[in-house]
Design a protein around this ligand. Structure first.
Ligand code: NAD
Length: 258
């Protein structure tokens, strides 16, 4: 068994119905993991599960921002032997921080921080029992450099990163690591929608916005979800056993800080 191999591991992947979560579920299954996919859309989840290699995989259709619904599936997850948890949900809507209402913080806080916290509390007992745990949170490079115009998002991402770092210290002694993957510009529904709003605001076309954004990326292109998934697949693998409490940007070199 190579140290990238995930055979015998069960992975909970959140936000798995599209984008980076979808690519991650596919890659972890290819590497041998049994996947438990979480997202809101049951039809998308069904087709994801049908497309995965090996198995048996399963899914729960749940809105992570709906804490009461999430709580209903936790007892089933607690019955499973989980080795890997990938926390992920849709990005909060953009806009200047000063204009954000209190209500605008609430759903993203539940979908990201509250959901991740409840899921960690649910899966950690089985991770401790098997002395193997890998928790990866999909956050954003904004935890290193806040992104102008993404006020609520920057705030929630910062909270997630500090939550994650604190947990890394608490769970490290049990063979459990907690790390963050920070996507740069990755071609998914999220980036298409951010490009659309930027184009609208600046009166330019989406293609012009894309051209401008690409100029900020040393790699000279927007990333592919599969490339973001590779970063996650490494962090959850046995090979990454001594990597704990880090932020891994997958951004083609765009983030200007270390
Ligand atoms: P995406 O919008 O394409 O996919 C998000 C996934 O989460 C989908 O499967 C969606 O159905 C699911 N989801 C959203 N809200 C949910 C909820 N309340 N409950 C359950 N499932 C929910 O996003 P993506 O591009 O794959 O990005 C993943 C994360 O990384 C997001 O938080 C995003 O903001 C962040 N991010 C993405 C980029 C990028 O370039 N794509 C850059 C920086 C940060």
């Amino acid at each position: 068994m190579s140290s990238w191999d995930l055979q015998g591991k069960t992975a909970v992947v959140c936000g798995a119905s599209q984008g980076i979560g979808f690519a991650t579920a596919k890659l972890l299954a290819e590497r041998g993991a049994r996947v438990i996919a979480l997202a809101r859309n049951e039809d998308n989840l069904k087709s994801l599960i049908a497309s995965l290699s090996k198995g048996p995989h399963k899914y729960f259709a749940v809105d992570l921002a709906d804490t009461e619904s999430l709580k209903k599936i936790l007892p089933s997850l607690a019955q499973e032997q989980i080795h890997i948890l990938v926390n992920n949900a849709g990005g909060p809507k953009g806009g200047p921080l000063l204009e954000a209402s209190i209500e605008e913080f609430e759903a993203p806080l539940r979908a990201h921080l509250v959901a991740a916290h409840l899921l960690v509390q649910t899966v950690v007992p089985s991770m401790k029992a098997s002395k193997y745990g890998r928790i990866v949170n999909i956050i954003s490079t904004s935890v290193k450099n806040p992104i102008p115009g993404l006020g609520v998002s920057n705030t929630i991402r910062g909270a997630m990163a500090n939550w994650s770092k604190t947990l890394a210290g608490e769970l490290g002694p049990y063979g459990i690591t907690v790390n963050n993957m920070l996507p740069g510009y990755i071609r998914t529904g999220r980036i298409e929608s951010l490009m659309g709003s930027a184009a609208q605001k600046s009166g330019s076309t989406v293609d012009q916005v894309e051209e401008q954004w690409i100029k900020t990326i040393p790699a000279g292109r927007i990333g592919d979800p599969a490339e973001a998934a590779e970063g996650i697949a490494f962090l959850v693998s046995p090979a990454a056993s001594y990597i704990n409490g880090i932020n891994l940007p997958v951004d083609g070199g765009r983030t200007p800080s270390l």
